[in-house]
Design a protein around this ligand. Sequence first.
Ligand code: SAH
Ligand code: SF4
Length: 375
Amino acid sequence: MQPSRLNTSLVNLLNFNQAQLAEYFVGLGEKPFRAKQMMRWMHHFGVSDFAQMTDIAKSLREKLQIEAEISPPTVQLEQVSDDGTRKWLIGTDTTNSIETVFIPEDDRGTLCVSSQVGCALECTFCSTGRQGFNRNLSVSEIIGQLWLANKSLRQADGYDMLPASERIISNVVMMGMGEPLTNYDNVVTAMQIMLDDSAYGLSRRRVTLSTSGIVPAMNRLKEDCPVALAVSLHAPNDALRDQIVPINKKYPLKELMAACERYLVKAPRDFVTFEYVMLDGVNDTVEHAHQLLDVVKNVPCKFNLIPFNPFPNSGYETSKPSHIRVFRDILMQAGYVVTVRKTRGEDIDAACGQLAGKVLDKTKRSMKIPIKAVA
Ligand code: SAH
Ligand code: SF4
C-alpha cells in the first residue's frame, strides 16, 4: 500500500496557484521555483502521479507522496452531441454534481465552466437558479474541470492525433452553473491558473467571466484579475429586471452600467458583452430594444442575444425568430455588433441555462412556483 493512502488529510495541489504553491514548498523546506515545475507537470502535462515527475528530486517526490495529492473531481458521465459538443457530469461529493461543456468551433474550442453547485440568485428563466444553492466549488473543482476536459479530449477520436503543443481548449467561459462572482476568491485563483504560462497559458481575452451583475465584486475583479467580461442584462428597465434577475434590486441598472464603464478601464477587451435572453412576450418587443439602447448608451459593448433554452416547467417560451430578428436589427441599426447565439448540444441538454447537474437544494427553492414576468 502507498504511504499516502494512510493519510486522510492530504493537501490537494490543484487548489493552489503558482504563488500559493511556492509558499507551500517553502513550508516544506524546498526552493520556491519548484512551484513552476509542479504547475507544468500538473496542468501543462496533466500528470497526477508524483512518481512520473522525473525532474523533481526523489526526496521531494517522496515527501509529496506522503502528504499531498493531485486530485481532480470525478467524471460521472460524458455525453457527446451530434454537433460535437461534449458534456461532462462531474461529481463533487456523494449527492451533488455539476456540469462542464466543451463547444468545438472552426477557429476555437470553448470550455464552459461551472463555479457553484446550484446558484442562489433565483433568475426566473434559469434551470440552475430554479434548483437553489448547495455550495461554492473549491479551486480544485473549478480548475479540475479544465484538467479533466483536457485529458478526456486528448484521448477522444479526432483529437488524439493533435500534437501536444496544440491547444484543444483555446477559450474558457465562466458560464456554467453558478454565479462566479459570489465565489470570488476561488474563481479568481482558478482563473489565475488558467492564465499562468506554466499551466494553461490562456490570454486574458480568451477567458470570459459572465456575471448577473455583482457590482462590488466587479470592482474588485478589474484590479485582481481583469478578464473579458460578459454581463447578463436580460431586461432594459429596473421594473422588469427586478423580476427576472432579482439581484437587480440590490444593484440596479444605473449602478451596473457605471460598474461596466469602470471595468473597461482595465479590461483586456474594449467592450463588455451584454447577454440578453429572448423570452417570448416578456422582454423582446420593439419598445424593449429601444429602452435597451438608452440603458447602455455610455458603455462600449456588443450584444449576445440568447434564444431562451426551455426546460421542464419553466413557464417561459422562446421568442419567435421574427421577433428576435426585429430586435437584433434595431440594435444593429444603432451601430452595435449583435450575435444571436446558436444553440449547441441541445440533444444532450448542454445549452446555455440548461445545465442542471444534481443539486441537493438546501434552500428548497425548487418548491416555489415561478412568476411569469410582464413588461
Ligand atoms: N451566473 C452567471 C453565469 C452563468 S449563466 C450569469 O448569470 O451570467 C450563463 C448565461 O446563460 C447567462 O447569461 C444566463 O442568464 C443565461 N441563461 C440562463 N438560463 C438560460 C436559459 N434557460 N436560456 C438561455 N440562456 C440562459
Ligand atoms: Fe445564477 Fe446566472 Fe442562473 Fe441567474 S442566470 S440563477 S446568476 S446561474
